[in-house]
Design a protein around this ligand. Structure first.
Ligand code: APR
Ligand code: MG
Length: 210
């Protein structure tokens, strides 16, 4: 297990810790961008109220619910659909990079990945923008992660260069690797390109400021 990572059991044994659960829902697809570029898979993320990209989910109250029940409740609020999540979907747990080491109520972040059918993912997108209680408030909109790379290098690289909450970018990258959603070399190239895009963005912002 990587350093900083906890097993589900270790995480649950932590006294006084708070817990938050988030999930990456995804499906396979045969659809093509512009009728020619294979989209291959559709992982869902969301634009959050704080302007950051993140995964659906949130704080779980272990005195009232299990991790998976809490995540299911959060999904019903944020997506407007009832999605069953089980222990088999739990992929990792770690202390929040932003929670203080000395705090008596450290935050443990649990991450889940669930594969669904394309029809189900489409339904999630529809319900999230129509019936979900949090739509337009805590959740500004669902977004699909583009996994392809276009001729000019944009696509996945540009997406990865955006701002993410906590360790959501690492959770995304680890999941793309773990579930073989993007070939390793392509992912590596996209990450290098994302770093270049970020330095260009910093320069562009400097120009705008002056
Ligand atoms: N990686 C690391 N931290 C994350 C991630 C992630 N992928 N996603 C969310 N967090 C952090 C958030 O910054 C927050 O501190 O986990 C905590 C809970 O996640 P949310 O999804 O924001 O919680 P939710 O229960 O949906 O929202 C309730 O909590 O974030 C506050 O005031 C905010 O109104 C919001 C409330
Ligand atoms: Mg949330």
């Amino acid at each position: 297990m990587a350093s900083g990572q906890l097993s589900r059991e270790e995480a649950l044994a932590c006294e006084g810790c708070r817990h938050a659960c988030h999930v990456m829902l995804f499906c396979n697809t045969n659809s093509k961008l512009f009728g020619k570029i294979p989209i291959r898979h559709i992982p869902l993320m969301q634009m959050r109220f704080d302007g950051l990209l993140g995964f659906s989910g949130g704080f779980v109250n272990l005195s009232k619910e299990s991790l998976e029940e809490g995540l299911r409740r959060e999904l019903s609020e944020e997506l407007g659909v009832d999605i069953t999540i089980s222990e088999e979907h739990h992929v990792d747990a770690c202390f929040s990079p932003t929670s203080s080491l000395s705090s008596s109520s450290r935050l443990i972040l649990h991450f889940y990945v669930k594969k669904m059918e394309e029809e189900e993912i489409r339904k999630v997108e529809q319900m999230a923008s129509s019936t979900a209680a949090d739509h337009g408030q805590e959740v500004l909109g669902m977004v699909r992660v583009p996994l392809y790379t276009l001729k000019d290098g944009s696509g996945l690289a540009t997406f990865l260069s955006h701002s993410f909450v906590g360790n959501a970018r690492s959770q995304l990258i680890n999941s793309l690797q773990r579930f073989n959603l993007v070939p390793p070399q392509e992912l590596h190239k996209a990450l290098s390109r994302a770093m270049e895009i970020n330095s260009q963005t910093a320069m562009n912002l400097q120009v705008v400021m002056t």
